[in-house]
Every structure is written in C-alpha cells, then in structure tokens.
Design a protein around this ligand. Sequence first.
Ligand SMILES: Cc1cc2nc3c(=O)[nH]c(=O)nc-3n(C[C@H](O)[C@H](O)[C@H](O)COP(=O)(O)OP(=O)(O)OC[C@H]3O[C@@H](n4cnc5c(N)ncnc54)[C@H](O)[C@@H]3O)c2cc1C
Length: 296
Amino acid sequence: MKNINFEKKIKLSNYTTIKVGGFAEYFSKPKNTDEFINLIEWANANNQKCRIIGAGSNLLINNIFLKGLTICTKRMNSIKLDSNKGIVEAEAGVMLPTMSNMLAKNGLQGGEWTVGIPGTIGGAICMNAGTRNLSIAKNLLSVQAIDTQTLKIYKINKDDINFKYRFSPFQQNNLLIISARLLFEPKGNIEKLLENTKRILKKKTETQPYDLPSFGSVFKNPINAYAGKLIEELGLKGFKIGDAEISTIHGNFIVNNSSANSQDILDLITVIQQKVLQKKGIFLQPEVRMIGFDYP
Ligand SMILES: Cc1cc2nc3c(=O)[nH]c(=O)nc-3n(C[C@H](O)[C@H](O)[C@H](O)COP(=O)(O)OP(=O)(O)OC[C@H]3O[C@@H](n4cnc5c(N)ncnc54)[C@H](O)[C@@H]3O)c2cc1C
C-alpha cells in the first residue's frame, strides 16, 4: 500500500490569492512527483473527483463543500537550469517569480516578464499566462502530464498543444501537468537582466493592486480592446458589492477589501458583463477559472 497523505475538510480560501473559497473534502500538497502520482492513483481507484490548483492566483472557488480530492502543487518545486543551453526543467509547482529571478541570475534571457505573476509553472501553462505579446507557450519545449482517467503519463511537445490567448487544452482535458521543459536565451548580461526584472516588477506593482487580495485580470481582453479600459470608461472603478470592489487602480481587477465572498465576486463579474454589453456591445469573457459554480 503506497503512502498517501491528505487532510480532510480544508478551507480553500487559504489557498487562493483572493482569499475566497469553500472547503475541500480531501486536500493534499504532494512534495514531489511520486507523491503526486500516488494521489492521482488513489483518487482514481476510489472514484474520487480529482482537481488541481497551483498558487490559486487565477481562481474563483465557490463557498461550498467540494467533494473529492483537491491537490495543490506548490510543494512540487524542484527546478534545474542549464545556463549554457538555456534549458529549464521545472516541476509544476515552481513559482514564476522564483524562476524569473533564477533566470536573470544565471544569464538566461526572455523570462523577465514572468516576475510579477504570482502563479506556478503548471498554472501558467494551463492558463497560457502572459503579458502583451509574450506568453509562457513561447518558451515551452514540452510538458510531462498524467491522465487522471487512464493514469498514463505522456511527454507532450509544445507543437502538439493548441495554445491560444490565455487558453490551453489543459483547461478542458483530463491531463494534469507534472513538470515542464522550457527554453530561454543563454549567455545574457546578468546585471542588465537583474535590472530589467526589477524594473518590470516595480512597474507591475505600481499599476496593479498588489496590496489587496485579487486574482489578477478578471476578463480576457476582447479583440482590439482592453477590458480594463472599457470598465474604466463606464465609470465602474470603485464600484462595490459587499466587500468585493472593482479596483480603483486597474479596472480589470476585482479586490477583496476584507470579507468578500464568492457570490459577491460573481455578482460583480455579472454586473460588469451586463454594463459593458449594454453600453459597448461587447461580451467580456472571464479569464479567471471558476470552481464549484454552474458557470458556462
Ligand atoms: C496580482 C496578480 C497579477 C497577475 N498578473 C498576471 C499577468 O500578468 N498575466 C497573466 O497571464 N496572469 C496574471 N495573473 C493570473 C495568474 O497569476 C496566472 O494565470 C497564473 O499563471 C496562474 O497560476 P496558478 O498556479 O496560480 O494557477 P491556479 O490559479 O491555481 O489555477 C489556474 C488553472 O490552472 C489549472 N492548473 C493549475 N496547476 C495545474 C497543473 N499542474 N496541471 C494542469 N492544470 C493546472 C487549475 O486547475 C486552474 O484551472 C495575475 C494574478 C494576480 C493575483
């Protein structure tokens, strides 16, 4: 019998950056790939639904009791870097800011933009996280993933993954990312890379609400428009439902002022969608992933 460690009835609000979320029936933070695979095998053998979270920085989890097993990958954080070839091998739970700082210190160029994104590699690949015209897909070589239904483990090359803007097939299939191989440009100027990384983080923290709990951009940018600008043009910044507020700093962020709950946040998302549709004729598609809601 393999060693399976999980806790019962764990509050997920402690595992999301917006500090909202109900209870997980079973919850586990595996330390490495072996423990991760054992947990998935256990869930499969016991007919338990298995869901995965990384740093919970793009998640709205309903305030309900979530049956089944929730796995948080944050302790699967081993990372290897080849500074001559520019290749990085990272377990799914490695945090992007950790990777970004390591890249700069080792003279690897092209990952500076990830420094201000408080998510894991696995979450970033699932979301195809990015900024402007850059996204994680650009640097990805391959992923190792496990199918929760068949328990088969695959190595999937980037070219076989249909990435789109803030979308990857991992949002819809049964595959959970175990680890990833990425490629960056080697032999860069370390001093300049460190400086650029610092500058990017400073700009992000000055233009986005980093001092309050949030889940980053609420909506995807529509074609040829910015969601934040559309919301700002309608005078919605500062609009509140309960303790959930449209950030006064950035229109595409919802912040939790203290005790917002999942319904306040979902209601605020719906109000924004209705107003932008009425006044601008554009339907804003959420970027944030929802768990435990009947959301289409
Ligand atoms: C202050 C702030 C700033 C942000 N800035 C940006 C930004 O500039 N650009 C950007 O794109 N995003 C940004 N985000 C959003 C978020 O940080 C990214 O989407 C991040 O990549 C999500 O990673 P995560 O580990 O937190 O994933 P989670 O939020 O935990 O999960 C997101 C999705 O990924 C899935 N997932 C997680 N791990 C795995 C895995 N191992 N295998 C398969 N699926 C998995 C989950 O099931 C879920 O569907 C920001 C968020 C915050 C709070």
